[in-house]
Ligand binder design. Structure first.
Ligand code: SAM
Length: 413
C-alpha cells in the first residue's frame, strides 16, 4: 500500500485545526451566549451542529456507555435537592454561614448528618455532568443549571420526571412485547400497567403529585416564547364590551399562562373577561391574586359552559390524548363557538416531518407512555381538525424552541 510521506504531518495539522476550531467555537459561543437567548431557532441550529460534531467524534462504545448511564445524573441531582445539599451549594447570600467557595464536602454532609462518602460519590456525578463546579478538591460552586433547580417548579419537574417518566419507561419493552408491538391506547395504558392507576386519575387523588405537576407546568414556561407574543392578538382577538368573554383557557392548570396573558392584554388595552377552566382539585391551587380571571370547574369531555367566547385556548392539552378523545374534546369546543366570530387556539409543539430534535421525539414517546397521547406533525394536526365536522384551520403559526405552534381554527357552520 502506498503511504504518502507527508501523511502524518497533514493529519497532525488537521488534529491541531480541530482543536483550534473547537476552541474558537467555544469562545464565540461564550461571546454570543446572551444574544442567542433571543433567537431560539438559531441557537437550536448551533446546538444541533455541535451535537453532530460530538456524535461524530464519539465511538459507538462511548455512545453505548452514555445510554447506559444517563440516569445517574438526574438521580444524584434529585437526591441532592431532597437532602438540601443543592440549595446549600446554590446559596449565594451566605445565610447558611458559608460562602459558595467555602462549601466543602464535609460541610455539606454535616448539614444533615449524612455519610461523607455517600455525598462525595453523588457530587462526583454532578460535577462530571457539569451540573455543579468543583472549585478545588471536594469544594463546590453552583452553575446556571444548578441555580435553575432553586426554582421549586423545576425541582418538582425533576420529581415528576423521575417518578412518572423514568420509572414508567423501564416497563415499556416488556409491555410492548406483551401487547404485540401495538400503539398503547388510553384504556390500557403503560402508566396504568406500572402504577396501577392512569396518570390523570392519580393527579385527582394525590395532592402532592398534583401540586408538583402544576408547579412544573408553570416552570416549563421559563425560556419559552409566549404564544401571545407570536400570534397577532390585538388584530384578531378584539371584543366589543367588557362583559364579553375574550378568552377561555381550557385545562389551564393553576392559571400561570392566563395570568401572564392577562398582564399582556392590559398592555394592549384589550378588554373582555378571561375564564380559567380545569378540574376542581387543580383549581384549588390557583393563587388568590388572579382576581381578573373567572375560575370555573369544567371537565372538557362535557358540554362547554361558556358560549360564544372570542377565543378558546387549549395549551398542551390535546397531546395528552389519542385522536378519538381529541375529536370529542374539540367537538365540545366547536359546539360553543359562534360561527364567524369565535376562534379556537391550540398551542402545541409541531413534530417536523424529518430531522426531529431529540427533545420533541422524547416528548412524543413520553406522552405515549404516561398518558397514551402523542405529539403530532402538521399533517396529523390537519387530519385531526378535519375529523371534527364544522372546524376549519385558518392558519398555523410556528415559532420558538420546540417548534411551538398556535393552530388557529374557526367554526364554519
Ligand atoms: C399537560 S397539562 C397542561 C396545563 C396547561 N394548559 C399548561 O400548558 O401549562 C394538562 C391539564 O389538563 C387538565 N385536565 C386533564 N383532564 C381534564 C379534564 N377531563 N377536564 C379538564 N381538565 C383536565 C389537567 O388537570 C392539567 O391541568
Amino acid at each position: 500500500m502506498y503511504i504518502r510521506d507527508d501523511y502524518p504531518a497533514i493529519i497532525d495539522a488537521k488534529r491541531r485545526d480541530l482543536l483550534r476550531f473547537l476552541a474558537a467555537a467555544q469562545a464565540t459561543a461564550v461571546e454570543l451566549q446572551q444574544d442567542l437567548e433571543s433567537d431560539p431557532s438559531f441557537r437550536n441550529q448551533v446546538v444541533e451542529a455541535s451535537r453532530k460534531v460530538t456524535q461524530t467524534l464519539q465511538t459507538p462504545v462511548d455512545r453505548a456507555w452514555e445510554l447506559f448511564f444517563h440516569s445517574a445524573a438526574p438521580t444524584a441531582l434529585l437526591v441532592s435537592i431532597n437532602a438540601g445539599w443543592l440549595s446549600l451549594i446554590n446559596d449565594t447570600n451566605a445565610s447558611n454561614g458559608y460562602t459558595n467557595q467555602e462549601i466543602t464536602i464535609d460541610q455539606i454532609a454535616r448539614s444533615n448528618s449524612s455519610d461523607v462518602d455517600l455525598v462525595q460519590r453523588l457530587m462526583r456525578v454532578l460535577t462530571s455532568a457539569g451540573l455543579i463546579r468543583e472549585t478545588q478538591p471536594h469544594q463546590y460552586a453552583p452553575t446556571p443549571v444548578s441555580k435553575l433547580f432553586d426554582n421549586p417548579g423545576w425541582a418538582d419537574g425533576l420529581r415528576h420526571s423521575v417518578r412518572d417518566f423514568s420509572m414508567t419507561m423501564t416497563s415499556v419493552p416488556e409491555y410492548l412485547a406483551e401487547h404485540k408491538y401495538q400503539t398503547p391506547t388510553q384504556d390500557d395504558g403503560i402508566y396504568q400497567h406500572v402504577h396501577g392507576i392512569p396518570f390523570f386519575e392519580r393527579l385527582k387523588r394525590e395532592e402532592e403529585v398534583r401540586r408538583q405537576f402544576a408547579n412544573f407546568m408553570d416552570a416549563m414556561r421559563t425560556g419559552e416564547k409566549p404564544w401571545y407574543e407570536m400570534y397577532p392578538v390585538a388584530e384578531r382577538l378584539q371584543v366589543s364590551s367588557v362583559s364579553d368573554v375574550l378568552l377561555v383557557d381550557i385545562g389551564g392548570s393553576k392559571g400561570h399562562d392566563l395570568l401572564a396573558f392577562s398582564q399582556f392584554r392590559k398592555k394592549l388595552g384589550l378588554q373582555g373577561k378571561l375564564v380559567l377552566q380545569d378540574r376542581p382539585a387543580v383549581l384549588s391551587q390557583v393563587p388568590l391574586s388572579s382576581h381578573d380571571i373567572e375560575i370555573q370547574a369544567h371537565d372538557f369531555f362535557e358540554a362547554q359552559p361558556v358560549i360564544g367566547a372570542k377565543a378558546y385556548f387549549l395549551k398542551h392539552i390535546l397531546h395528552d390524548w389519542m385522536d378519538r378523545d381529541c375529536v370529542s374534546i374539540l367537538g365540545r369546543v366547536r359546539d360553543a363557538m359562534e360561527v364567524g366570530y369565535s376562534r379556537l387556539l391550540i398551542s402545541e409543539r409541531m413534530v417536523p416531518g424529518r430531522e426531529c430534535s431529540p427533545r420533541i421525539a422524547a416528548f412524543d414517546v413520553l406522552m405515549m407512555v404516561v398518558v397514551g397521547g402523542r405529539e403530532r406533525t402538521t399533517s396529523e394536526w390537519k387530519g385531526l381538525i378535519a375529523a371534527v365536522e364544522g372546524l376549519e384551520i385558518e392558519k398555523i403559526w410556528t415559532f420558538g424552541n420546540d417548534n411551538d405552534s398556535v393552530i388557529e381554527a374557526v367554526r364554519n357552520f
